[in-house]
Design a protein around this ligand. Structure first.
Ligand code: AMP
Length: 253
């Protein structure tokens, strides 16, 4: 099985994101970035499939500016065999949408005959939760999103447990398929120093949107980006009747 893993460079989850004064987007200059946490989980699961001899090759893919190479090097250090960087400049990347990313991934998956596309369930910057579903739609492949457990069933199927609103759902999908990783799927490993060194020699194949016949015309327009409303502080009450009274006053009961 050959696995294509999508890894997005996002503002690090520990950073307090700030909106630009002109409200067009968020501040990214001089802000620490890292691999989207759900993509680390997808990559870890792909590495486990390889360690169990179910996957032969893992290719990490990232669409974005030159800095995305850092994320790809991290993916290579964590177990990807090679990487594909679809490079666009910063201005172009501002306008890239899940629709475009999904088109690029679908084209690669088809052209390079991958058996499994493994993505994060969502990118923590846009919170779109669209790319995996779109890839499956473009390819007409089965999809198992929000995966919290992945098991192989012979060489042709995967048994996937999914986190859904009411609990867990287990489905069987035929390969080739698209999977998206949820939080509880695994705990990603850290890259070791020897593996970081080895990753420097692994290949990163650079591609352009033209190579993939990708049309980056916008499908959506961002009208405004704003901060979430600031949360008001909590209040301690003496007893339950006071709590009920307060909740009634606020219309919560
Ligand atoms: P989204 O639909 O934007 O929430 O992203 C879902 C998943 O798609 C992410 O967790 C990544 O695995 C993948 N993805 C999104 N954007 C990119 C990108 N620019 N490069 C590589 N993979 C991406």
């Amino acid at each position: 099985m050959r696995v294509l893993v999508g890894v997005k460079r996002v503002i690090d989850f520990a950073v307090k994101v700030r909106v630009k004064p002109d409200k067009t987007s968020v501040v990214t200059d001089n802000v620490p970035h890292s691999m989207n946490p759900f993509d680390e989980i997808a990559l870890e699961e792909a590495v486990k499939l390889k360690e169990a001899n179910h996957a032969k090759e893992i290719v990490a893919f990232s669409l974005g500016p030159a800095k995305n190479q850092e994320i790809l090097r991290t993916a290579l250090a964590k177990g990807a065999d090679k990487a594909i960087h679809l490079e666009v400049d910063d201005a172009t990347y501002q306008k890239v949408e899940p629709f475009h990313v999904a088109q690029a991934i679908a084209k690669l998956a088809k052209d390079e005959k991958f058996d499994l596309v493994f993505l994060g369930k969502q990118a923590i910057d846009d919170d779109a939760n669209q790319t995996g579903q779109l890839v499956a739609g473009f390819l007409n492949w089965p999809q198992a999103t929000f995966a919290s457990k992945v098991e192989t069933e012979g060489t042709s199927h995967l048994k996937v447990t999914r986190e859904i609103d009411g609990g867990l759902e287990t489905i069987k999908v035929k390969l080739p398929a698209v999977l998206t990783a949820d939080l509880r799927l695994n705990e990603p490993r850290y890259a070791t120093l020897p593996n970081i060194m080895k990753a420097k020699k692994k290949p990163i194949d650079k591609k352009t949107p033209k190579d993939l016949g990708l049309d980056l015309t916008s499908q959506t327009e961002v009208l405004e980006v704003s901060e979430p409303p600031t949360r008001k502080g909590g209040e301690f009450v003496e007893d339950v009747p006071t709590l009920v009274k307060k909740l009634k006053e606020k219309g919560a009961l």
